[in-house]
Design a protein around this ligand. Structure first.
Ligand code: NAD
Ligand code: 3PG
Length: 528
């Protein structure tokens, strides 16, 4: 099978080499497309690779019927409709580390250039002027740099600014006083930063909560003559409020690498002599571009080979160590989920997964997603995957519970799933045995010992002499060879079950005929 990958923003060939070299992957590079052009072609592709230019809207995702993954060669995913991607089961991955240093260095370049008015002086010189008095700058030494958003880039900016002899005050929900003290910086609230800083730089993501994080009110709280930098995302700083703050004399200088409406920029703002700007160049270095493209290409290649994503943005990330621990259970979860879906009748209201024994201390989210996928797939088909499984369950108003217990009921590990529908409650549990074998050990409270694979028949009957013989004769007469058979009963003469592995699929008409035997209550064929 050949997978088709569309690269719709400029990415270095060296960076995407892994995709270009892969025999099972065809890469098409089409940069600078209009939305219509993207809509016209996206249906052909299994994966899409973008930077910040391509707008991956809901409309695009809805048209992308084959799309499995979107790779963002960079950090910010605000150009991708994540909710739409999740709903459509498309994994979005980013490359969060590759451009950190480049962006921190760009921030420092902007900071120094702004303080010394380098771009303005250069421009003047190019006009044949020699005007030394007009370009008197300020020192960074002993000034306070306020950092709002102390993540990867904010942290690297702090280290570099300390080299300039600046005092740092930072605000971030994940920063503590202890951590700040260890780094030799001061921890503060957003208000502290606004009130104390001579230079303020923002490094948060653009979210609903951070839109216009710096607006009229915040400018009002700043020192007179403050300098402001935005090398993170347009929209964090309210451009109209910034314009007014500069015109009103509050802000002495602004450095902008990003804008609210890229590539349409606010010309009124840019025309002010206090403003210096670059066209979203934070990540534009040879090194960063190669690193982010390599990282995201590897992710796409892995995902197209069925491996889980390392940096998913629209589902929780799981460490390599945890994944290694969980991988041996993937097949058990798939079979248990699928088995349970095939024996259950009615509309599902609740799914409860209980992990016991050696899994109790592990993050089992990927296993629960897999189980949900294999249960829901039975009703909703291939549109369900690990990304949208929880979302779809919620949409269908299915309650999903994940539980852990210490007792493995004699097993080293045990996964039990209960499905409650509007008609019944059904349960299966299984275990993984040393050596990798998986076993179904309980079905509806009946103890069994079966490898859940291939063609199976589940018979619910009354415990009476001769039933097993009738089933054997019926299947023999119909050329259905029994490979294994397990029987179970709760009490003599009461409810009982038979679980058979057979060599071929038994057609529904035959299952109905068998179900007509008086002692038999129900016959279900299962394909695993
Ligand atoms: N200019 C560029 O070319 C360029 C390049 C790379 C990244 N970026 C942008 O830079 C920003 C930071 O990237 P990063 O890799 O450091 O991300 P990160 O996730 O490592 O850090 C972001 C930090 O912001 C903090 N934060 C969120 N809301 C906050 C709030 N209201 N107040 C204070 N802190 C808050 C988070 O807790 C987090 O620690 C992102 O917007 C990213 O898109 C821009
Ligand atoms: O979020 C990012 O990684 C940066 O904004 C870089 O964007 P770019 O890949 O379009 O340069």
């Amino acid at each position: 099978m050949i997978y088709k990958v569309l690269v719709s923003d400029p990415l270095s060939d060296d960076g995407i080499k892994e995709l270009l070299d892969a025999e099972h992957i065809q890469v098409d590079k089409k940069t600078g497309m209009t939305e219509q052009e993207l809509l016209d072609c996206i249906g052909e592709y299994d994966a899409l690779l973008v930077r910040s230019q391509t707008q991956v809207t809901r409309k695009v995702i809805e048209k992308a019927t084959k799309l499995k993954a979107i790779g963002r060669a960079g950090v910010g995913t605000d150009n991708i409709d994540l909710a739409a991607a999740t709903e459509h089961g498309v994994v979005v991955v980013n490359a969060p580390n590759g451009n950190t240093i480049s962006t921190a260095e760009h921030t420092m370049a902007m900071l120094a250039a702004m303080a010394r008015r380098v771009p303005q002086a250069y421009y003047s010189l190019r006009q044949d002027e020699w005007n030394r008095k007009a370009f008197i700058g300020v020192e960074l030494y002993r000034k306070t740099l306020g950092i709002i958003g102390f993540g990867r880039i904010g942290g690297e900016v702090a280290k570099r600014a300390q080299g300039f002899g600046m005092r740092i005050i930072a605000s971030d929900p994940f920063l503590t006083e202890e951590k700040a003290a260890k780094l030799g910086i001061q921890y503060g609230s957003m208000e502290d930063v606004l009130e104390q800083a001579d230079f303020i730089t923002v490094h948060t993501p653009l979210l609903k909560e951070t839109h216009h994080l710096i607006s009229h009110e915040q400018f009002g709280q700043m020192k007179d003559g403050v300098y402001v930098l935005n090398c993170a995302r347009g929209g964090l700083v309210d451009e109209n409020a910034l314009l007014e703050a500069i015109q009103g004399g509050k802000v002495a200088g602004a450095s902008l690498d990003v804008f609210e409406n890229e590539p349409q920029i606010n010309h009124e703002l840019l025309a002010l002599p206090e403003v210096i700007a670059t066209p979203h160049l934070g990540a534009s270095t040879v090194e960063a571009q190669e690193m982010v493209a390599v990282d995201v290409s590897r992710e796409i290649a892995d995902m197209l080979s069925g491996k889980p994503a390392k940096n998913p943005v629209n589902m929780p990330a799981v460490s390599k160590e945890v994944l290694q621990k969980l991988e041996p259970y993937f097949s058990l979860c798939e079979k248990l989920g699928s088995f349970l879906a095939q024996i259950s009748r009615g509309a599902i209201a609740e799914i409860t997964v209980t992990y016991s024994g050696e899994l109790q201390d592990t993050n089992v989210d990927p296993l629960t997603r897999l189980i949900l996928k294999h249960i829901l797939k039975h009703y909703l088909g291939q549109q369900i995957n690990e990304v949208n499984a929880f979302h779809v369950a919620k949409q269908k108003e299915i309650v999903v519970n994940e539980q852990k217990t210490t007792s493995g009921y004699g097993f080293t590990n045990l996964i039990a799933i209960t499905v409650r529908t509007n008609q019944e409650t059904r349960t299966v549990s299984g275990t993984r045995i040393e050596g990798g074998r998986i076993e179904l050990v309980n079905v509806d409270q009946y103890r069994v010992d079966v490898i859940p694979t291939g063609h199976m028949i589940y018979i619910h009957h009354t415990d009476q002499p001769g039933v097993i013989g009738k089933v054997g004769t019926f299947l023999g007469q119909n050329d259905v060879n029994i490979a294994t058979m397990q029987v179970g009963r709760k009490e003599r003469g009461g409810d009982a079950i038979m679980l058979l592995s057979v060599d071929k699929n038994m057609e529904q008409a035959l299952a109905d005929e068998l179900a007509a035997v008086p002692e038999i209550i129900d016959v279900t064929t299962i394909e695993l």
